[in-house]
Write a protein that binds this ligand. Structure first.
Ligand SMILES: NC(=O)c1ccc[n+]([C@@H]2O[C@H](COP(=O)([O-])OP(=O)(O)OC[C@H]3O[C@@H](n4cnc5c(N)ncnc54)[C@H](OP(=O)(O)O)[C@@H]3O)[C@@H](O)[C@H]2O)c1
Length: 342
């Protein structure tokens, strides 16, 4: 390999998973030694440093993208630039990136970037792909825009130990709500109760979900279901709701595994209890980042808002195996794969 060459690993979608969770056979990782690319005006050549592992990647498959590169969110550092806004040595790109070791980003790809001088050095950069990134914004904005949190009410959060769930629980607690969460391991359940201050939590894999949720909700009834899963839990929530309850549907974790939602048999409760069921996506609210950071960054910095993250060391060649482990719930909190130092 000469000085003008690089070794690049790229991940492609080999097969579309039909109604099943993604597995190894759905991906293909190709490693090549190649010449450094010639840049066109406005483009930059980056080394990818950290990939945020997010469940929604499943949707790329659903839309049928065989033989295209997998795209995720990540951070990269600028190695060469023909774009006046990106400087070698001080600019970091954060946004949609192909799962590869190196990438060429064209002007239309360069939607977000951080200058190294504008980053709060006391907060790990990885936090900007989780609690202070699009995930955090989603929670903060959906709670204030859709959930209509009221002091004294009870909220239940599914996948509560995940990236969104952890923040949702803590923000709701700060507003004076009674917070119930569920997660898939006893360690995660203990973390919710002992570290994050959830009022109740249960293991949805080892306990009967209906019984456990009904016991946690108790005679006070349920007011908000913060739905990150989109499965039959809505049916249970509808039975437990007080009048004017709200379902805030934000995530599709069951769908990412190819599991569909059956329409709740008791959907008539929407009428009888005057329930509001509303979906939220963050994509039209990125202009709220500044306000969100102003409010939440100090809370993260002071430790008033806690978050756990798992940063797995690896390379572009390990993305697939790390991602598949992540989908099975093997890691705690926000999960990223780190390919290099910042
Ligand atoms: N609407 C938006 O704009 C928006 C923005 C960002 C993310 N999202 C969505 O929000 C959801 C949560 O995102 P996240 O980043 O916080 O994910 P996450 O919770 O970190 O996702 C991984 C965890 O989900 C849990 N899980 C997997 N399948 C499950 C199931 N069938 N039922 C319950 N829990 C399950 C697993 O933990 P356990 O051990 O607990 O099972 C796993 O560790 C995702 O669907 C994501 O795509 C939406």
């Amino acid at each position: 390999m000469t000085k003008s060459q690089i070794t690049n690993s790229r991940v492609y979608i080999a097969q579309i998973p039909e109604g099943v969770a993604p597995n190894k056979s759905h991906f293909r990782t190709v490693t090549t030694t190649e010449d450094k690319p010639e840049l066109e005006e406005g483009s930059v050549f980056v080394k990818n440093l950290l990939f945020s592992l997010d469940p929604y990647i499943r949707h790329e498959f659903a839309e049928g993208a065989k033989e295209t590169e997998v795209i995720g969110f990540g951070f990269s550092k600028v190695l060469e630039s023909k774009n006046p806004e990106f400087h070698v040595g001080s600019s970091y790109f954060f946004g949609a990136l192909p799962w590869s070791s190196y990438s060429v980003l064209r002007p239309q790809d360069l939607t977000e970037h951080f200058n190294i001088d504008s980053i709060d050095k006391e907060i790990p950069l990885s936090a900007y792909s989780g609690v202070l990134g699009a995930s955090g914004l989603t929670v903060w904005d959906s709670l204030r825009r859709v959930a209509d949190l009221k002091k004294g009410e009870t909220i239940y959060i599914s996948s509560a130990a995940g990236t969104l769930g952890q923040l949702a629980g803590q923000l709701a607690k700060r507003k004076g709500l009674r917070v119930i969460g569920s997660a898939g391991t006893d360690e995660k359940v203990a973390y919710l109760k002992n570290k994050l201050g959830f009022d109740a939590a249960f293991n949805y894999k080892t306990q009967d979900k209906r019984e456990a949720l009904a016991a946690a909700v108790g005679p006070q009834g349920l007011d908000i279901y913060y739905d990150l899963v989109f499965d039959n839990t809505v049916e249970i929530a509808l039975d437990l709701f007080n009048p004017h309850g709200r379902v805030v549907t934000v995530g599709l974790l069951a769908g990412h595994k190819g599991e569909g939602l059956a329409l709740p048999k008791n959907i008539v409760h929407l009428l009888l209890k005057q329930i509001r069921w509303e979906g939220y996506t963050v994509f039209e609210h990125f202009d709220e980042f500044e306000t969100f950071w102003k409010e939440v960054t100090p809370l993260v910095k002071s430790g008033e808002i806690k978050y756990t993250e798992t940063v797995v060391d690896g390379s572009a060649e390990n993305i697939v195996e790390t991602y598949l482990r992540f989908l099975k719930g093997a890691y705690q909190g926000k999960v990223s794969l780190k390919l290099g130092e910042f």
